[in-house]
Structure formats: structure tokens, C-alpha cells
Design a protein around this ligand. Sequence first.
Ligand code: PEP
Length: 253
Amino acid sequence: MRSKFVAGNWKMNGSLAANEALLSALAAAPGIPRGGVAVLAPFPYLGQCADLLRGSTVSWGAQDVSVHESGAYTGEVSGSMLLEFGCRFVVVGHSERRAMHGETSELVARKAVAAVKAGLTPIVCVGETLQERESGRTQSVIGEQLDAVLSTAGMEVVGKSILAYEPVWAIGTGKTATPAQAQEVHSFIRRRVAGKDAGCAEGVLILYGGSVKGSNAGALFSEPDVDGGLVGGASLVAADFLEICKAAFVPSA
Ligand code: PEP
């Protein structure tokens, strides 16, 4: 039986004052199992996450990582640097980075490798655009994104990763995939991983991301292959994020 996991992706949001209120509320919240929730903060705030979350049940991580370990790569941040700030997780392949920074699935796979090598758990995102869905290409697009990770990064890395299905049309739009739509793709992803390694497929967590809210989290998380959520907007307000966490850890709530 897989455990649930909820990660809050702050994107490029936050301030020292706003984060302090949010992180303090999360650190004090009851009922969060250790390792069950993480916040993914902009790089400058990782020290603040460490200060305010250390000793709590909530973990933290970053939103990107370099494929390089050190050197002349201006603006890049390596996995070992993230580790020094207590990060456990890092998002790789978020659709915003694929679309706005031209990140290819091959690069995403290399970032997953770099993260695992540094001792971090990569949260590897895949997802189709609305146009791809409407032209019946959801599975082929996600299959291609996934295959790059399965073959370039390899199954050992996949076994140390979390996967996230984030339909691009649902991110930040208020449109959520229905539980049935999410389950269909999550089951496809799990079967694709099983094609390479059945044991890995059984254990790997597959999160759903795309306008998750307190009102839809319970239904999404009760699908058999939905192991929790990657939450953007709703992770910026403590009460909203905690309502989603509650749906993951108290399923009848
Ligand atoms: C995200 O940022 O990954 C995301 C899913 O955002 P939102 O929950 O706001 O749709």
C-alpha cells in the first residue's frame, strides 16, 4: 500500500513575511505524517524553510536543479547546494520550465539523475496541453515524456523519484481533471513504468497536479492510482493547503 504525499509548489511567489506566516502554520499543524507533506520554495527562501520547518513533520525542497555539480554555470543551483539547505525534494520538468525555458524531456531526465545523485527525491512532471488532449494525443505525449526518463535516467532513478501528472490545461486555470480523467492517465503511467519494472511501478508515487483545491482533493486522492497532489496556487494559503493535506491523510474528511 502506497502512502499519500502532498507537495506545495509556490512557483515564484512569497516574501519573508508571508512565508513566515505560512510556514509557521504548517509547522504547527496537527495530523501531518512525517514525510507526507513538502513545500517547494524559490531558492532564496530555502534557508527560511529550514529555519521554520526543521523539527516539524513538513519537508521542503526546490523547484529546479542543475545537471551540473559546480562550475561556470551562472544562475544554476546544484543538488548538493540544495542538500546543504535541508532540501529533500526538487521538481523537475514542470510544464512552465518545459514551455518557457525550452527544457526537453532528455534534460528533465538528466536533472532527475543529478537530483538522485545528490541525495534528493526528484518530482518528475509530465502532462499534455489542451490541444494535445483534444487531438487524442494525451497518451502518446505522456508516453514520450516518460520514456525519456525511463530510459535516459534508468529504473534505479525512477525508483527513487516521485512522478506527477500535471495536465497543462489544468495548471493555474481553475479547470481540474475529473477524478476519472486523472485515474485514466495515472493508470497509463503506472502501466508504462510496469513495462520496465513491475515492482517499481507498484511502489512509485504518482501525484496529480492542476487546480487541486480542498473541494476536489478528496475525490481525486481516492482514485486507486492517485497518490496525492502537487499543488500550486492553493499551497500559498495555509488554510487552503491544510484542507488538501487533510483530504490526503484523513480520507473520510
Ligand atoms: C503547479 O504549479 O504545479 C500547479 C499544479 O498549480 P495549480 O495548483 O495552481 O494549478
